[in-house]
Write a protein of this length. Structure first.
Length: 302
């Protein structure tokens, strides 16, 4: 009996054979997937076509820009870039530098003022806090053109017209309510236990904001910086009102100078400088896309 038991133990049991059946997708599902991707590619090409046309037109002579259809190039006319760079009263680099001053000053102002205002609304308890917060939100619905005239009168009395101060000073006063609201939503998502632990260690509001809240607000701060960069770089209306001297023009005003309603317009040079002016926008979105998505997803705005 013992020998039979030992023999059974030594028997090798062959592994079970599994028969796998290849999963095949239904023909209708494959067709729908192909059609969906084709439509998405077509929509993407349709949306990017004006940009491609502008880039191609910057390499065409002026007489062929509106006569030669499509995106095909018969010759490369790189002279548009050289001509456009020196076509105005000052080299185009002067206008890029002016826009850079306004943009980076606006970014600094929004980051400092909006973060402080957001911390006050999210963490401090003061009289009529909810009322002031509601009034701040109402300013988002107020059109900018309603306040243009009184602001211009005030800045004119301060002798700030034709300077960068009207474009920069409001940024340091937390006038962009959208960014304040975005940061408030982000700070409310930070546990208050961190504030209480810091308060037990003797920290006041300044240290709590500087050492705890601010390092955790990097996604919201990055989102604010990217949006401020894009909106300020493309701002035409505000710069048109306050900047009158050619040496103070920003990029949008300089591009407008290429078009002359009474004479000939240099379209090729304007398209060439437009391509150059779009490069900072692409780079800002390319390198900040990760922070932009993370900042929006973590502030309740998704």
């Amino acid at each position: 009996m013992t020998e039979l038991i030992e023999a059974d133990r030594t028997k090798t049991v062959p592994p079970p054979v599994h028969h796998y059946r290849a999963r095949t997708r239904p023909a209708g599902s494959v067709i729908r997937s192909v059609l969906k991707h084709v439509l998405m590619i077509a929509a993407g090409i349709l949306m990017i076509y004006p940009l491609l046309w502008m880039a191609v037109s910057s390499l065409r002579p002026n007489e062929l820009i509106f006569r030669q259809p499509g995106l095909w190039l018969t010759s490369l006319n790189v002279e548009n870039y050289q001509l456009g760079w020196n076509a105005l009263a000052y080299p185009f680099g002067q206008y890029l530098a002016n826009s850079a001053i306004v943009v980076f000053g606006s970014i600094l102002g929004n980051l400092v003022s909006c973060s402080l205002a957001a911390y006050a609304f999210a963490r401090l308890r003061f009289t009529l806090r909810r009322v002031w917060f509601a009034m701040m939100l109402l300013t988002i619905m107020l059109p900018f053109h309603v306040t243009v005239v009184p602001q211009y009168i005030m800045f004119s009395q301060l002798d700030w017209v034709n300077t960068f101060w009207p474009l920069l000073v409001p940024k340091f006063l937390a006038t962009d309510a959208f960014f304040v609201f975005l940061m408030v939503q982000f700070i409310r998502g930070i546990p208050t236990q961190l504030d209480e632990a810091a308060r037990l260690d003797g920290c006041g509001h300044i240290k709590i904001f500087g050492y705890i809240i601010l390092p955790l607000m990097v996604p919201a701060l990055a989102t604010t910086a990217i949006f401020t960069f894009i909106w300020t770089w493309n701002d035409f209306f505000t710069a048109l009102i306050y900047l009158t001297a050619p040496d103070m023009f920003t990029v949008p005003i300089a591009l407008r100078s290429f078009i002359d309603s009474t004479g000939g317009s240099n379209w090729g040079a304007m398209f060439a400088m437009s391509v150059i002016s779009l490069l900072p926008i692409f780079l800002a979105f390319l390198f900040g896309q990760r922070f932009l998505i993370k900042g929006i997803a973590t502030t309740g705005l998704k």
